[in-house]
Design a protein. Structure first.
Length: 710
């Protein structure tokens, strides 16, 4: 913490080092020890009395948990700008913190102090729980409880910030691992302010194959499962880490608490059971990372791989685990694991916290052999992900954490091998020097990769030749810990560490590479092209005229539909012809629709329509037409153009040539027109519509076919 007493007098607290003071704006510093401890402390939190600038407070947390410190070294007060200090009364031990102080064993993490701007005698302390003194620190009472088992009022654990409403006494805000809480009565009652506060810190995430079942582990907010809209429900408490969902049964989910303490549910999260039988390192921080990696085989949901300082394998949906390796790298822990293939022997990969990568080409969980295939020249940071191209097991990718701070490009964060690790290429390219946490390969076009990094999502379409940001709709620079492509829908999910979860609005990828228009008098021909398509039902063509309300969201009308190609990894060409109703400016856009009904829009293009110079009879739309409608009457639209004043008729005939309807029989001026043909009680079948005109130019006649389906 830093406390500015004045422009030249500043206090600065260092973890484990004590408090330092400058009286000349930072040119010289002195270590303050008068009245302060010199041993058995780590993190220091400081606060200044907002009513008396020379009065400051400091909380020294301790790594010694037994008497006399039990996590709190002491609370100290100075009334002369930090030169001399005296110790305040120590808060008592609490049942809610295992008979330790309010800091428990986490003063290095959650440790804050604040002085009420309306009353300097009110001092608030924050750790695992909050404490309050109303007499300047002579006595203390417990203010909040992290679990109602111990008492009320409940406020989420691990407190980091306490601030006061500058205008109204007793209104206090508390920032903690559960978000923001507010009291209006000085702490007797608290309310959560977290509705729509989308700041959840995901460590990992997973999706069902096709359904809207998504889950992920979060920092101190449990294992969450998607409900609807932006709502998620906590289905397992505490810290949540990596996640997995059975791709054949979305009721089967896996989660972990810290240090690889894994659990499994078979009923969608209602009940959970430990699933670490045989996984002897589970729960042991000496061997496992705080958030230890595990992953499901994308080709066999019964197969999972996990990492402590060695590798573990289960082939029976976590009923039993077997050790697949010894310690991979001495003194290091496994930070990333991956397994592929649908049947034994499996292909397994593991990365460690010192940047090494290992492969097992014949993984069975019995006497497995692991080989070091680490890329030469890697940055030595944690291996965060190892990704295998499921279309070619020889193609693998490694993601590295860390900041290099050397200004060298490529940045050594993403590596690619085309031969399962025999040789490597750094494909970081123009990526920023920031940790890369996750990589997924496009299932249609393996040249296209998506990265989750500390500063957002990036995409390449040429396997790392050039990277570009892919974060429209997401907060700028949000850290993305996990990217997932849902296999049944090809939607891309981003689980962020601090800004919740996001999903693309359409399947990936329907890659629209061009959208253009050619205008020939009053006729507009639209052309577009896709490079790849996944689950593409088709394209709705929307139009807006310059006379419509000038908005990107209003005034649009659907004028046609072109069926898509479903799934494709080759270039596809599409076109649509439109005849405008009148001269002027028109705007067009495409609405790409997935087979599941989700959609996304193209860019908008503008055309300028001149008055018609010849007769045109367009194909009716829709065609075929019919089916049930709200009014019970089916109709189709017929557009036509008249280049000069003329007597015009537009009639409909059946296949025997009998007239069934007259849509127009009138003298018309030059322009573009549209008529509606209502089928009424006509039988299903083929019909013909004929445009006839007579004027100074002579005569015109044209006939086209349409189909009516009742």
């Amino acid at each position: 913490d830093v406390i500015p007493i004045s422009s030249s007098v500043i206090l600065f607290a260092t973890d484990g080092g004590g408090i330092y003071k400058t009286t000349d704006g930072g040119s010289n510093w002195s270590h303050i020890t008068s009245g302060l401890p010199t041993d058995y402390f780590n993190r220091i939190a400081m606060a200044q009395d907002p009513n008396t600038s020379t009065t400051v407070y400091a909380v020294f947390s301790s790594e010694t948990y037994d008497s006399p410190y039990y996590g709190l070294r002491g609370i100290y007060k100075s009334t002369n700008s930090g030169t001399d200090w005296s110790e305040l009364t120590r808060p008592g031990r609490l049942s809610s913190t295992d008979n330790l102080t309010y800091l428990s064993k986490q003063g290095w993490y959650g440790n804050t102090i604040a002085v009420d701007s309306h009353n300097s005698n009110n001092i608030y302390l924050g750790g695992v729980d909050d404490m309050k003194s109303t007499d300047g620190g002579s006595s203390w009472k417990q203010l909040t409880y992290w679990d109602t088992y111990y008492g009320t009022p409940y406020v989420h654990a691990d407190h980091h910030a306490i601030v006061f409403d500058p205008n109204t006494a007793n209104i206090v805000y508390d920032g903690n691992d559960g978000g923001i809480f507010k009291t209006t009565d000085g702490g007797s009652n608290w309310n959560s302010l977290n509705y729509n506060l989308e700041v959840t810190q995901f460590y990992g995430g997973a999706t069902a194959k096709s359904s809207a079942v998504y889950a992920g582990g979060t920092q101190d907010n449990g294992h969450l499962k998607y409900s609807s809209g932006t709502s998620w429900a906590e289905i397992y408490g505490g810290d949540g880490g990596y996640a997995a969902i059975d791709q054949n049964n979305s009721d089967v989910l896996y989660e972990e608490y810290v240090y690889l303490d894994m659990h499994k549910t078979t009923n969608g999260g209602t009940n959970w059971n430990s699933c670490t039988n045989g996984l002897s390192d589970a729960g042991n921080g000496n061997y496992c990372l705080f958030i230890a990696p595990f992953a499901m085989d994308p080709e066999n949901s019964n197969v999972l791989i996990a990492g402590s300082d060695n590798v573990w394998l289960t082939t029976d949906a976590a009923s039993n685990w077997k050790s697949s390796s010894g310690t991979l790298s001495s003194g290091e822990k496994v930070s990333a694991v991956t397994i592929v293939k649908s049947s034994s022997p499996y292909l397994g990969f593991a990365g460690t916290t010192d940047g090494k990568v290992f492969v097992c080409t014949s993984m069975t969980g019995s006497s497995d052999s692991w080989t070091d295939i680490s890329p030469s020249g890697n940055n030595g940071a944690w291996v965060r992900r190892i990704t295998v191209d499921l279309n070619d097991y020889n193609k693998i990718y490694i993601c590295y954490s860390g900041y290099n701070n050397d200004g060298v490009t490529p940045t050594k964060h993403v590596w690619y091998s085309s031969n399962q690790g025999s040789s490597w290429s750094d494909i970081s390219g123009n990526l920023p020097d920031a940790p890369v946490h996750s990589l997924v390969v496009d299932p249609i076009n393996s040249q296209t990769l998506y990265l989750g990094t500390e500063v957002g999502v990036f995409e390449t379409t040429d396997r790392g030749g050039t990277w570009s940001r892919k974060g429209v709709g997401m907060p700028d620079y949000a850290p993305v810990d996990e990217l997932v492509i849902q296999s049944g829908t090809n939607k891309l999910f981003a689980f962020t560490h601090g800004r919740s979860a996001f999903v693309t609005t359409s399947a990936l990828p329907v890659e629209l590479t061009s959208f253009n228009a050619i205008v020939n008098n009053e006729v507009v021909k639209l052309f577009w092209q896709t490079a790849t398509e996944v689950n593409n039902y088709g394209f709705e063509i929307d139009r807006r005229s310059s006379t419509s309300q000038n908005s990107s969201t209003s005034g649009w009308e659907k004028i046609g539909f072109v069926k898509g190609s479903g799934n494709s990894n080759s270039l596809k060409q599409y076109s649509f012809t439109d005849v405008a109703n009148r001269a002027g400016k028109y705007y067009y856009k495409l609405k790409q629709i997935d087979v599941d009904g989700n959609s996304t829009y193209s860019n908008i293009i503008e055309v300028n329509i001149k008055a018609p110079c010849k007769f045109i009879l367009a194909q009716n739309y829709p065609n075929p037409f019919g089916g049930k409608t709200v009014s019970g009457v089916s109709f189709t639209k017929i557009k036509y153009s008249v280049p000069s004043n003329a007597s015009v008729s537009l009639k409909v005939f059946d296949v025997l040539g009998r007239e069934v309807a007259t849509l127009i029989n009138d003298d018309l001026e030059k322009g573009n027109y549209q008529a509606e043909f209502k089928a009424m009680n006509l039988p299903s079948g083929t019909y013909f519509y004929r445009l006839m005109a007579k004027g100074k130019f002579g005569k015109f006649s044209q006939t086209k076919k349409m189909v009516y389906l009742r």
